[in-house]
Design a protein around this ligand. Structure first.
Ligand code: ADP
Length: 301
């Protein structure tokens, strides 16, 4: 017996929502097929991702779920990567999300959304070095998510239907532990007034999603804490941001841990113009641009 699930790419942080906000994107999808075997965990993939279960996000999820739910049989994991790794679009999370949803179905566990997110989050240890739930929550549940921890509780809001995104991915060689590296440059302490500014923008983003107001979402994508500390890791970032805003984007920030840069706009904007402007900003390195929309969550296919 085998079960296949598909999970979307995602963007984490959305500026001021560091480690808290996530948004599922319909740009790319990972497809994971689980099959029962006699024993052990085996990973098959034609992409250049680690195939050892303890180094692969999908492998870690299966290891964890097998133990947690006392599943005795072995599992083969076939991963068809759609989300390119290292883009900052939740590639490792998409594999983990699809795996958790497929495992739940295969062994008839009927887990709650929070339980699925908890299981998928374990996988992120393979790529980020620590458990964080923003990308996996978006990838499991779809739409816009707010992650609360201690205890884990994920709130989902369906995005406005006119929200449009443009992601520019510079052709940079990213280090294998890119997320760990980009977490390392963030200040350990912040001053209160910066925290107030970011909090006000984060609150406005949530209001924008609740009110289905894409303009409010886009204009609130402003982060004065993490973005300034990380932008030196992305050559051309400030030009890309300036160009996108000039071309009409409402807000621009780093997608997750980078190096991709994401612009927020609405259906009324000229997305091709924004895409071209972002490309021009990355003329030094060259880049791919992806125009996309919010996505639904992981599902059995
Ligand atoms: P992303 O923003 O694309 O998730 P990360 O740097 O967090 O970027 O994750 C990519 C890293 O995770 C790569 O080093 C990759 O080898 C590792 N990894 C482990 N398992 C997977 C997987 N199933 N899919 C993608 N990347 C994986």
């Amino acid at each position: 017996m085998s079960v296949t699930a598909r999970a979307p790419s995602s963007t984490a942080n959305l500026g001021p929502g560091f480690d808290v906000f996530g948004l599922a994107l319909d740009a790319f999808y990972d497809t994971v097929t689980l099959s029962r075997t006699k024993s052990g965990i085996k990973i098959i993939s034609d992409s250049s991702i680690p195939l050892s279960p303890s180094k692969n996000t999908a492998g870690l999820v299966v290891q964890y779920m097998k133990k947690k739910f006392s599943v005795k049989s072995g599992v083969e994991i076939k991963i068809k990567k759609g989300v390119p790794a290292g883009y900052g679009m939740g590639s490792s999370a998409a594999s983990a999300a699809a795996t958790a949803v497929a495992f739940d179905k295969m062994f008839n566990l009927r887990l709650s959304p929070n339980q699925l997110v908890e299981c998928a989050g374990v996988g992120e240890r393979a790529s980020a070095g620590s458990i964080h739930y923003d990308n996996v929550s978006a990838s499991v549940l779809g739409g816009f998510v707010i992650v609360r921890t201690k205890p884990l509780d994920v709130i989902k809001i369906v995005p406005p239907s006119d929200l449009m995104l443009c992601v520019a991915v510079p052709k940079l060689k990213t280090p294998p532990k890119k997320t760990e590296v980009s977490r390392g440059v963030i200040p350990k302490q912040i001053n209160l007034s910066d925290s107030v500014t970011n909090l006000s923008n984060a609150a406005a983003i949530v209001a924008g999603f609740l009110k289905k107001d894409s303009r409010l979402i886009g204009t609130s994508i402003q982060d004065i804490i993490v973005e300034p500390a990380r932008q030196h890791l992305i050559p051309g970032f400030s030009t890309v941001k300036k160009n996108a805003l000039r071309a009409g984007a409402l807000g621009v920030t780093i997608s997750g841990a980078g190096p991709s840069v994401i612009a927020f706009a609405t259906k009324k904007h000229d997305m091709q113009k924004i895409a071209k402007a972002m490309s021009a900003g990355f003329s030094g390195t060259g880049c791919d641009v992806i125009i996309c929309r919010p996505s639904g969550g992981a599902k059995i296919v």
